[in-house]
Ligand binder design. Structure first.
Ligand SMILES: [Fe+2]
Ligand SMILES: [Fe+2]
Length: 281
């Protein structure tokens, strides 16, 4: 195994620098670093078990609006992710870049290409007044110890009450050994929200794709090998798929923006196959 791919385009926490790789990243260490750090500080202060439970009751009933998947993808043109050190252009381009990258390498897996297109659509919560720290960025389990593999672990959790709560700050916290990620509450964000929307609307994307959607921001797990003590066999079977997805999520980020209008008809056909019509959000 080579070096952790997620590190290549992320701010170096110690030196406030990125490891450059030609032709990819778009991280200006000054301004974007400050924005990224601020988003994570707010997130790591406020994402508690109680907060996550409240967000579940607010969002997972899908009572917010009705719209098609393509409308949701295109609405991301109004959103720049404030946690992303690599990208400073609207998320809708990133959706098509990821999908096209997957299409080149996995031409036979249309569901995988569709996951590339829609994986960040849950970020529409930010367009409906959810603060970015409850929408974007890496995710981590709540209700158990915040492990060292979490980005900015050292200097952003000091005001999170769960960090000092003896019920939560052990390796297992409220969970049983190998309970499975399905029963672990993750910090609230766009991964879990879109997963819930897909389930609620009975979309037919295969299980591997649903795992990619639900856990693609769980870097402590898929890129650092942490939290294995909570995983069951199914999680471990799905992990390579989440890692395969991650390559495209990260390494297709380029300032060469795709011709979205030209690509739309193909992706509309995938939407029609797997998550057609008007969906409840
Ligand atoms: Fe994402
Ligand atoms: Fe993404």
């Amino acid at each position: 195994q080579g070096p952790d791919p997620s590190l290549a385009y992320r701010p170096n926490l110690e030196t406030n620098e990125t490891k450059e790789k030609e032709g990819y990243r778009n991280f200006e260490s000054g301004s974007l670093f400050d924005r990224v750090f601020k988003t994570y500080s707010l997130m790591h202060t406020s994402q508690t078990l109680a907060f996550v439970e409240q967000k579940h009751s607010e969002w997972t009933g899908c009572t917010h609006t009705r719209m098609s998947m393509m409308e949701a993808v295109m609405s991301l043109d109004q959103l720049v992710d404030e946690s992303d050190p690599d990208v400073d252009f609207p998320n809708s381009f990133h959706a098509f870049q990821t999908a096209e990258g997957i299409r080149q390498v996995h031409p036979d897996k249309d569901w995988f290409q569709l996951v590339g297109l829609i994986h960040d659509v849950g970020k529409i919560m930010a367009l409906w007044n959810e603060p970015q720290w409850a929408v974007v960025g890496d995710t981590f389990p709540v209700g158990c110890r915040f492990q060292n593999s979490i980005v900015f672990r050292d200097n952003t959790f000091e005001n999170n009450p769960d960090d000092k709560n003896p019920r939560y700050n052990t390796d297992y916290g409220i969970y049983e050994p190998k309970c499975g990620l399905d029963s672990v509450l993750m910090s609230w964000g766009h991964d879990e929200y879109l997963y819930r929307v897909m389930k609620f609307n009975k979309c037919s994307i295969p299980e591997e794709g649903l795992y990619m959607i639900r856990f693609h921001s769980f870097y402590p797990w898929h890129s650092h090998g942490d939290y294995m003590h909570l995983c069951n066999e199914k999680d471990l079977k799905m992990l390579p798929w989440v890692q395969e997805f991650n390559k495209f999520d990260l390494y297709t980020k380029t300032t060469d923006l795709p011709d979205v209008e030209k690509l739309k008809p193909y992706y509309q056909s995938l939407i029609d196959k797997y998550c057609p019509g008007v969906l409840l959000w």
